[in-house]
Design a protein around this ligand. Structure first.
Ligand SMILES: [Zn+2]
Length: 177
């Protein structure tokens, strides 16, 4: 259960939002926000499991013609429909599941394995330092834990073992300089 969710600062000017507003009015942006807020609160993985069009439009506070909002949101790819299930497009990219432990220490092994999987997937299994595809990737703390670096996704990155060894516990700026 999330208390908040993340939006990019460019959301209002994003071309998909512009299209949405042009096609269906500013109201639809509000409906989308309602849907995102509901998702953050009730469907933290972004999958609208067991929800049909009616349910989605209800939580989106849609008062227009039934079916129209979902149709528009699918057309503009704000919603995906796969395997008979609706989901929010790219939800986990912006709103990772709230399992990220706080800074200064390593998470437990089980959690760490989960975290690493997500980071590798996000980075397409490419070392973010040298750009190479890595078969056995490692997960590096950009700002090292011993410097108070956190385990949040923006401080984690996929690395090959060579880059990871070279960087060691140096901060990124020190390693690159
Ligand atoms: Zn590398």
């Amino acid at each position: 259960m999330n208390k908040n969710f993340r939006l990019s600062v460019t959301t209002p000017t994003h071309h998909k939002i512009k299209k949405l507003v042009k096609q269906a009015g500013h109201q639809c942006f509000y409906n989308l926000i309602c849907l995102w807020a509901y998702t953050a609160s009730n469907k933290p993985n972004g999958r609208l499991t067991n929800m049909d069009i009616k349910d989605i439009e209800f939580v989106s506070d849609w008062s227009g013609e039934p079916g129209t909002l979902v149709k528009i949101l699918i057309n503009l790819r704000f919603i995906n429909f796969e395997n008979k299930e609706y989901s929010i497009h790219n939800w986990l990219k912006y709103n990772p599941l709230p399992i990220w432990p706080t800074q200064g220490k390593r998470p437990c092994t089980k959690t760490w394995i989960k975290i690493k999987k997500r980071i590798f997937k996000r980075d397409n299994y490419k070392c973010q330092y040298c750009g190479q595809y890595v078969e056995k990737p490692e997960c590096d703390h950009i700002n090292p834990i011993c410097n108070g670096g956190s385990n949040s996704p923006d401080n984690l990155t996929t690395s090959c073992s060579t880059c990871n060894r070279q960087k060691g516990t140096k901060a990124l700026e020190d390693w690159l300089s």
